[in-house]
Design a protein around this ligand. Structure first.
Ligand code: NDP
Ligand code: PYC
Length: 338
């Protein structure tokens, strides 16, 4: 069993901020990144919490990211808000454009945010949950690096390509899901490697295209999509919507751009926002009630809604004032500050 250590909540942000500014990120970028890592750690999302500080640091060491440049919002009269991250991490760019996306969705009924030229390492749920907190339904997608084989293939062509959705619920936590379209996120395989645990079947093939349970072989071979050809098709859709559609890179192009130097993938991100006030034919309350009946029918059967584990973890961690992280991660993060 992985041995865990307790980290006080305020220490999560402080630790993240110290590592990030020490690595060369400006105060603005370090704050935006630390907020994301804090949100993930608070909800016990280990693969995209403090563990991601290694990727943020490697990205800086790879020598191409600009840790100081500010995002540039491009003015528009239509339902598209475009923000150029200018070669920095995505998070400050999304934060800058989010109020405009919300305003445009309320004005037009639906709106899209296209983020260009960003490094991306993070979970997507905190961003779609900002949309549901504003009463909108939100979707987000990003490519990554071409680590994942398409269904029927044996070599990396697709990214781990996460898809996140959030639906607002009055007086309740939103309905949110956020998952990689690969069977496992890359970060999850890396955590298995750190913990010395074998992978379950169906996650990856080795460099010769043979099924493997070895995390190291999985990282140097090819990952598989979830749900066979169905996950593969969704992953291709994400390549298209968050790549060529918004004039940005695919996972294959992102991997080529990295030139073997490591760090976070470099590409674009798309966020879509839908306003029920425009789309529900003036019957928002009645349609909200119908959505609630759908959720009730799921819960009545003993099934759980996605994100329920996260919301419970958040409540527990806020009440006790600390989070738990693997002891080895704690040790390695402290070594980064020495
Ligand atoms: P998980 O498999 O951990 O979870 C996927 C979703 O399914 C979550 O919303 C989860 O809710 C829900 N879920 C899990 N079990 C059940 C269940 N039994 N019933 C109902 N719902 C369930 O996600 P991944 O490992 O695929 O992804 C983890 C994170 O990695 C995501 O946040 C994603 O954005 C990020 N990522 C980022 C990438 C990038 O390029 N930036 C690339 C790939 C992934 P709950 O959390 O409550 O368990
Ligand atoms: O876990 O697959 C992943 C991932 C890629 C980029 C950031 N996270």
């Amino acid at each position: 069993m992985t041995s865990m250590v307790q980290l006080a909540l305020e220490e999560v942000r402080t630790l993240a901020d110290r590592v990030l500014t020490g690595a060369g990120y400006s105060g603005d970028h370090a704050r935006a990144i630390s907020e994301m890592l804090y949100a993930c750690q608070l909800d016990d999302c280990q693969s995209h919490g403090l563990f991601r500080l290694f990727m943020c640091r490697e990205t800086m060491q790879a020598g191409k990211i600009d840790g100081h440049v500010l995002p540039e919002l491009q003015p528009s009269q239509n339902a598209v808000v475009r923000v150029d991250a200018k070669g920095a991490m995505s998070l400050l760019a999304v934060e800058t454009a989010m109020p405009v996306l919300i305003e445009k969705a309320r004005r037009f009924g639906m709106a899209a945010m296209a983020v260009n030229n960003c490094y991306h390492f993070s979970a997507l749920w905190p961003e779609v949950e900002q949309l549901s907190a504003a009463g909108l339904a939100g979707l987000s997608m990003v490519p990554s690096h071409a680590w994942v084989a398409p269904a029927g293939g044996t070599r990396g062509t697709l990214g781990t390509n996460p898809l996140a959705f959030s639906w607002p619920r009055r007086g309740k936590s939103p309905f949110t899901f956020d998952f990689a379209t690969s069977a496992f996120a890359r970060g999850e395989i890396e955590l298995y490697l750190r913990a010395g645990k074998p992978l379950p079947d169906g996650v990856a093939v080795d460099a010769d295209g043979k099924p493997t349970n070895d995390p190291q072989e999985a990282l140097s071979g090819a990952m598989l999509t979830f749900g066979g050809y169905k996950g593969s098709a969704l992953s291709i859709m994400i390549e298209l919507l968050a790549g060529p559609l918004i004039d940005d890179l695919t996972s294959k192009e992102s991997l080529r751009f990295a030139d073997g130097k490591g760090g976070a993938p470099y590409h674009g991100q798309i966020l879509l926002a839908f306003d029920p006030a425009h789309l529900s034919c003036g019957r928002v309350e009645a349609n909200d009630s119908r959505a609630e009946r759908l959720f009730a029918d799921i819960l009545d059967q003993g099934a759980r809604l996605p994100s329920q584990r996260r919301f419970e973890a958040r409540k527990r961690n806020l009440a006790r004032g600390y989070v738990e992280i693997p002891a080895t991660l704690h040790r390695d993060l402290h070594a980064l500050q020495d």
